[in-house]
Design a protein around this ligand. Structure first.
Ligand code: ADP
Ligand code: ADP
Ligand code: ZN
Length: 216
């Protein structure tokens, strides 16, 4: 299966991605995770993109598209992939479609997780992430068992992302509305879109996604 997860920041893409990869044979590709890893390791790519992430702005399309295709062309993606946080602009979506055509493959579904802005702000403000293994928590909705300690890897690395501070959050939501929301219409026209109500519980959202994927 070849899937895209669409939705505003805080909609629950990462949370659902970790559910989906446990149940289906797809490789999880999060452009945000790749960028953050490179920033942490201070690679050339990391140095190039840090300013954009700090400000909540999108990394330029060309750089992002090249990075994604390098990843998708690796052997482990041959059976299927789950793109999380890509594409985020119409230019990225076009580049993805062109690349898929060239390789004679296609997307099976674009899952669009819908959540209102006021809920997003609460979700992002309370989000905590493990910088060691990437697990995601929420101070109210999904707290760690021990404060600051990851349930999964037991590392004392659970923190708030810099770009989840309030000022940057509002910026990111605006960037989403201007640049990414048009992709909903784009994929609807391609007859690939599946909308799911992201304000339901994590399990309910996952049940809906499963029923979509199992009935394709
Ligand atoms: P995204 O990857 O779309 O930015 P995340 O998966 O990181 O979103 O989720 C954002 C925050 O909201 C996290 O703190 C997560 O634990 C929480 N969250 C995700 N899905 C739900 C849900 N259905 N109900 C309540 N909180 C959720
Ligand atoms: P969220 O889970 O909250 O939606 P991500 O982890 O997906 O956030 O993205 C974090 C940041 O990484 C974005 O604000 C942006 O700066 C950068 N980024 C991630 N994916 C892309 C993309 N496809 N195009 C451009 N920038 C991106
Ligand atoms: Zn962890």
């Amino acid at each position: 299966m070849r899937l895209v997860l669409l939705g505003p920041p805080g909609a629950g893409k990462g949370t659902q991605a970790s559910n989906i990869i446990k149940e289906y044979d797809v490789v999880h590709i999060s452009t945000g995770d790749i960028f953050r890893k490179n920033i942490k390791e201070q690679t050339d790519l990391g140095k190039k993109v840090k300013d954009y992430l700090d400000k909540g702005l999108l990394v330029p399309d060309e750089l992002t598209v090249d990075l994604v295709w390098d990843r998708l062309d690796q052997e482990d993606c041959k059976n299927g992939f789950l793109l999380d946080g890509f594409p985020r602009t119409l230019a990225q979506a076009d580049a993805l479609q062109k690349g898929l055509e060239k390789r004679n493959i296609n997307l099976d579904k674009v899952i669009n997780i819908e959540v209102d802005k006021n809920v997003l702000v609460k979700r992002l403000a309370g989000r905590r992430v493990c910088t060691n293994c990437g697990a995601t928590y929420h101070v109210d909705f999904k707290p760690t068992k021990v404060e600051g300690v990851c349930d999964e890897c037991k590392d004392h690395s659970v923190i708030q992302r810099d770009d989840d501070k309030e000022e940057t959050v509002l910026n990111r939501i605006e960037v989403y509305e201007n640049q990414t929301a048009p992709l909903i219409g784009y994929y609807k026209d391609l007859d690939l879109l599946y909308n799911v109500d992201g304000t339901l519980s994590v399990n309910e959202v996952f049940e809906k996604i499963k029923s979509c994927l199992n009935n394709m």
